[in-house]
Design a protein around this ligand. Structure first.
Ligand SMILES: [Zn+2]
Length: 632
């Protein structure tokens, strides 16, 4: 048994209440197989929508009450005499069929079988041209609670999306063995005056990769044949990440879309005084010529001095990006047998570079990527966005985007809008209009907010208790922060609480003492629109014992995961509310960016309003309802 599965089982943690931590979706195959063999077959759920074919037969997904999953293969007649294991491991013959555990290794084997048999299959994430042109990036912080809503929205809108996305290793555990060995690094969060272990949402990248595929099979989303992608977001290039390059590549094997974030290497790079001389001795002259010619043919201006300075600044990072890109390609060639199975999209994130991105910078970066034969589908310049707050001046935003789009369209690259959550409808409209829909809006934190909104609106006592504890946790962090010795932490905390007090019509004066502030904040009815709740909320998911102590945050021991289990134990009503909120937000984004026509969005909203149970909503995922017939 793998160490991670042993760890989870030893602490009573199961997939049902802690999904996507293990790369496997079966922690205890002996127990699951025993049930399947007959002694307790009635304890299993077989998912009828999951059925799919490969050359060796018909497959179905089954699950027990702990969330452990297995594959059931009914072999083709002609195949029974040959190798019935179909390339999967640990199979058992039960009567006329075979069963296999849903291990990560078996998932990889299945991907080859599925894609070799049906090149139009949408069970696994894909890298189609359309997904590389226009999309919405949907961060999946609540994994199995979250995906059905995304699948519903894609179905209702007839629109493929980046349906699984999170930053690795920042939000997701990049390697569960490193986690068990206590080798996870930390991520500085200046606004709380401390560093938190990376992977702060608890799930692993492989677990997420596995979960999002199984989720689609359970709901039957794959029957709609809508391609979707999985973005390994903000893959850090260079700097301290050089040491674990191989693990990062390995963990993201199922991602069909990679975002390259050069900032770790750039942070260590200093522009030499003689940039021109440095460039001529470090960058191949042929490449420099190629880049210059490309920029000239695109009719874009190029200033020799700033060109050399930029090239000297980014070249070490770009070389490492190329090295990493080769590693992603090689890993896919080794693991997957089909072209569609190996393909992946690329995004270059440059919004981490200081200041607003100049169009010239974007042009040079795109020309470099093109010349090095790693063309990017999306590029993310900095527009000066703040997470979860609208861009105040729409006219100014239009001008900024127009300048970038003028460059991007010449490279047939779409614009990635990072920190895209919480912008105004007008902001999204401008993004869609200027780019003609050649864009991706990345959203992630928004869905944690939607969970808070769902729990706070739920009538279920357990949901309410979780909501109140969650809000109190952020209130404690806010009060501690407002009186912290650390200046950044104190400033930020005071800004969050001031906003919350003013929103409630109170004067933001009670900084005389922590107890006065606590009293003032406690007098407010807990509200997901409290800025302090919004800013600190993600830290609660893996806070040991739910404690608002810095040492308790991002706890990858059993205590942290027991805390995480609270979210996966919410009521059906809580799940329905959360699903409606997530789907509703996607519809809102799709409508305003123009990615889906208004009438489809209106129909989707009407359906959402009518659902009185989660089952009702899920039942509409596999087959188009009446409103969907005009698709295409
Ligand atoms: Zn970025």
């Amino acid at each position: 048994m793998k160490s991670i599965n042993r760890f989870l089982l030893d602490h009573g943690l199961h997939i049902a209440n802690n999904p996507c931590v293990s790369p496997d979706f079966c922690l205890d195959w002996d127990a699951l197989a025993a049930k399947a063999i007959g002694r307790a077959a009635h304890l299993l759920t077989i998912y009828p929508h999951s059925r799919f074919e490969t050359a060796c037969g018909t497959w179905e997904l089954f699950e027990d009450e702990t969330g452990d999953c297995g594959w059931r293969l009914a072999p083709n007649q002609r195949n029974t005499s040959t190798d019935s294991s179909a390339g999967l491991r640990d199979g058992l013959k039960v009567d006329d069929h075979w069963i296999f555990p849903a291990t990560f290794e078996n998932l990889l084997a299945l991907k080859n079988l599925v894609q070799a048999h049906d090149s139009s299959s949408t069970i696994f994430p894909l890298a189609t041209a359309e997904l590389g042109r226009r999309s919405l990036g949907i961060g999946a912080r609540f994994t199995t609670l979250h995906w059905p809503a995304v699948d519903w929205a894609m179905g209702a809108l007839g629109l493929g999306l980046t349906a699984n996305q999170n930053s690795i290793p920042r939000e997701l555990v990049y390697d569960v063995d490193a986690m068990l060995a206590g080798r996870l690094d930390t991520v500085p969060f200046p606004f709380i005056g401390t560093s938190v272990p990376e992977g702060h949402q608890g799930q692993s990248v492989e677990g997420m990769s596995h979960g999002c595929v199984l989720s689609k099979l359970k709901t039957g989303f794959h029957r709609r044949k809508i391609p979707w992608s999985f973005n390994a977001d903000h893959q850090p290039i260079g700097g301290k990440f050089d040491l674990r390059e191989a693990e990062l590549v390995h963990g993201c094997i199922l991602a069909s879309y990679i975002t390259f974030d050069l900032s770790p290497e750039l942070a260590l790079t200093h522009i030499p005084a003689d940039a021109r001389g440095w460039v001529s001795s470090h960058v191949p002259a042929l490449l420099v010529e190629k880049v210059k010619t490309r920029i000239a043919t695109a009719g874009l201006p190029l200033d020799e001095t700033s060109f050399n300075r930029l090239l000297a600044y980014v070249w070490p990072a770009i070389e490492k990006m190329k090295r990493r890109d080769k590693a992603y390609t090689a890993a896919r060639e080794k693991m997957f047998s089909t072209e569609i199975g190996r393909a992946y999209l690329r995004e270059l994130s440059i919004d981490e570079l200081p200041g607003l991105t100049a169009p010239e910078t974007t042009a040079i970066m795109l020309a470099l990527c093109e010349a090095l034969e790693m063309p990017v589908n999306f590029v993310a310049p900095a527009f000066g966005f703040q997470k979860n707050s609208p861009y105040a001046d729409n006219a100014a935003l239009r001008v900024l985007i127009e300048k970038q789009w003028e460059v991007c369209r010449q490279f047939e690259t779409s614009i990635g809008f990072h920190s895209g959550s919480g912008k105004s409808a007008e902001n999204y409209r401008v993004m869609g209009e200027v780019t003609g829909g050649h864009l991706e809006i990345k959203t992630s934190g928004r869905y944690t907010y939607e969970m808070g909104r769902a729990l706070s609106a739920s009538a279920d006592a357990g949901d309410r208790a979780l909501w109140l504890d969650w809000h109190a946790f952020t209130l404690d962090l806010a009060v501690d922060g407002a009186f912290s010795e650390d200046e950044t932490e104190r400033k930020m905390a005071r800004c969050f609480v001031t906003d919350s007090l003013m929103r409630s019509g109170l004067s933001p004066e009670p900084f005389s003492s922590a107890s006065e502030l606590r009293k003032a904040l406690k007098a407010l009815p807990p509200d997901p629109d409290h800025m302090f709740w919004f800013e600190y909320n993600f830290l609660y998911v893996l806070a040991a014992g739910g404690r608002a102590a810095k040492a308790a945050l991002g706890d990858h021991s059993a205590e942290g995961y027991l805390q995480r289990a609270r979210f996966y134990s919410i009521s059906d009503e809580g799940r329905l509310l959360f699903s409606k909120n997530v789907a509703g937000y996607i519809v809102f984004l799709a409508e305003n960016t123009g990615l889906a026509p208004a009438h489809r969005c209106a129909a989707a909203r009407a359906s959402l309003k009518n659902y009185t149970s989660l089952d009702m909503m899920l039942n509409d995922i596999p087959q188009p309802s009446g409103d969907d017939r005009d698709r295409g």
